[in-house]
Design a protein around this ligand. Structure first.
Ligand code: GLP
Length: 264
């Protein structure tokens, strides 16, 4: 039978992060797995919780490979706002992962080499789980609204709104790169399971487009997730209410688990 998106409704973003970290940890303990990772403010709590589990519970990343969704074009890996720096700083430098098995696309390579290297990694390792955040325009990775979906790794020109959303991490809008390299929609859908963490009032509109009907439209890229058989959306009740999708969330709720949380 066709599986639908499933939704886990939480009390707040902190609980969302803890649940997402739990879903990641479930995969990590299987060993020899590949994780697709995401950056952004929403994910910070997820990585903090994974670090905590590593330190307090011995969660080991020794046999884990990772690949990130995207990277800014033109930022050196050592730049404080590069996604390589984000991942090193928020997770990799604090856990027992072998960094040689972590891939963040290299945004300073010549374009052909950059795409070849990134796509090569994606094609060589099926992902067991893909983490996703959501852009306020509905982007996933850096797949911006467009008249069509781009299936594979590509370079994208960022929308003004996306640059403004990310301006808070830079000292001025001018410093936010205008281009990025990203997994394509086909790459994202190739993961065995996808976990989408939705946080913040600016995400209400794309969340509604994702949950309220069956339409898949490249103008709201996250709607492509409706084509995947195993997607878990984790969102807090306040945002679901703001988006007017509480009824849809209730209809898509997963099964009860021991601690009373909902999951598929
Ligand atoms: C960036 C990233 C996306 C991320 C999005 C949400 O644009 N490229 O992968 O999902 O931001 O970010 P935030 O969590 O900061 O709202």
């Amino acid at each position: 039978m066709r599986k639908k998106l499933s939704v886990i409704l939480t009390g707040d973003h902190e609980e969302s992060c803890s649940i997402v970290a739990g879903l990641v940890a479930e995969v990590v303990v299987r060993g020899d797995v590949c994780l697709g990772l995401a950056t952004g403010g929403s994910m910070e709590g997820v990585y903090a919780e994974l670090r905590r589990r590593h330190d307090a519970e011995g969660l080991s990343f020794r046999s884990v490979a990772t690949v990130n969704l995207d990277e800014y074009v033109g930022l050196e890996p050592s730049h404080v706002q590069s996604y390589r720096h984000y991942m090193d700083h928020k997770l990799f430098d604090h856990v027992d992962i072998d960094k040689a098995r972590t891939c963040v696309p290299r945004g300073t390579l010549p374009r052909d080499k950059m795409l070849e290297e990134f796509q090569g990694f994606l094609d060589s390792r099926p992902r067991d789980l893909q983490l996703l955040g959501l852009g306020s325009n509905g982007h996933i990775g850096f797949n911006e609204p467009a008249p069509f979906f781009a299936p594979w790794a590509h370079v994208v020109t960022l929308e003004e709104g996306t640059r403004r959303d990310n301006q808070r991490f830079f000292s001025s809008l001018d410093e936010v790169p205008s281009q990025a390299v990203t997994m394509g929609i086909g790459d994202i859908l190739n993961a065995a399971r996808i976990v989408l963490l939705v946080h913040g009032p600016s995400k209400a509109e794309p969340l509604r487009a994702l949950l309220q009907d069956d339409r898949v439209c490249p103008e709201v890229p996250c709607t492509a997730l409706k084509l995947h058989p195993d997607v878990v959306v984790v969102v807090d009740r306040g945002l679901a209410r703001l988006a007017g999708v509480e009824k849809e969330c209730a209809g898509l709720a997963g099964e009860e688990i021991d601690d009373g949380q909902k999951r598929r």
